[in-house]
Design a protein. Structure first.
Lengths: 284, 113
């Protein structure tokens, strides 16, 4: 097993609905093949979407040793499932956002404050990704949104399959917003498309302004960067302009909003951005 | 870090393809890892070797082929070798550049019997 971040054997995750008792609501998926066979047969129906060349067989010697040319993108299964998720969201005109960050940047607090401010005018849902516990999903439900907790076990990121399972349980209404709070990790989630409309990377001022340079893949694949905990700015050496310059050198089209979920400073800009994105999804 | 998940996916792909043609065993697998793919080749190879022991790749030699990163300058269209995502154009020093190669991460081929 990976001793860098504690990744375990993938394919073992649990989906929890905090509004139901633990006894009968857990789905335990221990093997991706079992999931395909028993839970989601329709995934196999989409195998025609695989975007790789047909196999080409040719003999290289007389001992029946053969070379098979494949050219199969290793992420194609996840990418195809993400496409199906995206198509589902488009069909229902749901704005889906994937929130990524290192642990402790304040993603859950941002979501709590967002739910309290917006729940009367918009139906909001949250998929919570953590290695263990249902703590975050409970916080979200308390704030007033429907939540599903995915425990990745020893896994270090969410993937499109986990999101598909969670969305099935949430029964997301049309014209709503679905937030996916990914596992706190700036490395692994960057590679996995979940089918979101936009990716939002959160950093807090207690982190270094060189973070975008250290974790370029995440900043390159994001659309918006929230710089959180601005209320702590007087006590830390964080330089906002330097951070923006660093992140823009990797991704020139990245947008930025500086805010404090705790004091509410800058949150109006975030709400406006959300309204704009939701309107765009509905008008398409 | 996500290399274990990716290694599992490679084993699944190899198993599917070997099943399709009823291969007795897989002797070799060639995998391309681009320098800008976000995959760390050594960690990925270690993960795949670790997980291969109980899999269809049990006897397979794992060959990792690196492909270098390439960028195309958005200002002057010059194509150059790109080692990281922040690279500026070596010809006109402009930024940004479009990644034109090095994101590949795929199973190229199997040798089976």
């Amino acid at each position: 097993m990976c001793d860098t971040c504690g990744c375990g054997r993938p394919g073992e995750f649990k989906v929890h609905d905090p509004s139901h008792s633990d006894n009968h609501e857990h789905k335990h998926y221990h093997d991706p093949e079992h999931l395909h066979d028993n839970e989601h047969d329709h995934w196999h129906d989409h195998s025609h979407m695989h975007e790789h060349d047909h196999n080409h067989y040719h003999d290289h010697d007389s001992h029946q040793k053969r070379v098979i040319d494949l050219n199969i993108d290793i992420l194609s299964e996840n990418n195809n499932l993400a496409k199906l998720n995206r198509r589902f969201f488009e069909g229902r005109k749901v704005l889906c956002l994937n929130l990524v960050s290192s642990p402790g940047s304040g993603k859950t607090t941002i979501l709590e404050k967002t739910i309290v401010a917006m729940k009367d005018k918009k139906k909001l849902y949250v998929i919570e990704g953590d290695q263990q516990t249902q703590l975050d999903a409970r916080r979200i439900e308390k704030a007033g949104a429907s939540a599903i907790q995915i425990n990745t076990g020893s896994g270090c990121h969410l993937d499109a399959r986990m999101v598909e399972s969670a969305v099935e349980k949430l029964d997301v209404e049309a014209n709503s917003i679905l937030f996916i709070e990914n596992v706190g990790n700036l490395v692994c989630p960057a590679m996995f498309d979940l089918g979101e409309n936009k990716r939002v990377v959160v950093i807090s001022v207690t982190e270094g302004d060189d973070k975008p340079l250290k974790y370029p893949y995440m900043f390159q694949s994001s659309h918006l960067c929230l710089i959180n905990k601005s209320d702590l700015m007087p006590w830390v050496d964080f330089k906002t302009e330097e951070t923006i310059r660093n992140a823009s050198s990797i991704n020139p089209s990245l947008e930025f909003i500086t805010l404090s979920a705790k004091t509410g400073e800058g949150m109006d800009l975030w709400f406006k951005w959300l309204d704009k994105q939701a309107e765009f999804v509905i008008s398409r | 870090m996500h290399e274990l998940t990716l290694a599992m996916e490679v084993i699944r792909i190899a198993g599917n393809e070997a099943d399709k043609i009823m291969a007795k065993s897989i002797l070799e697998i060639d995998i391309e890892v681009g320098d800008l793919s976000g995959v760390e080749p050594d960690a990925f190879k270690s993960a795949l070797e670790l997980l291969s022991k109980d899999s269809v790749l049990n006897e397979a030699r794992i060959n990792i082929m690196r492909s270098s990163g390439k960028g195309r300058c958005k200002s002057c269209d010059f194509e150059f070798e790109m080692n990281n995502l922040m690279a500026t154009c070596p010809k006109c020093q402009a930024f940004p550049s479009e990644i034109s190669g090095g994101r590949e991460f795929r199973v190229l081929s199997l040798v089976i019997e």
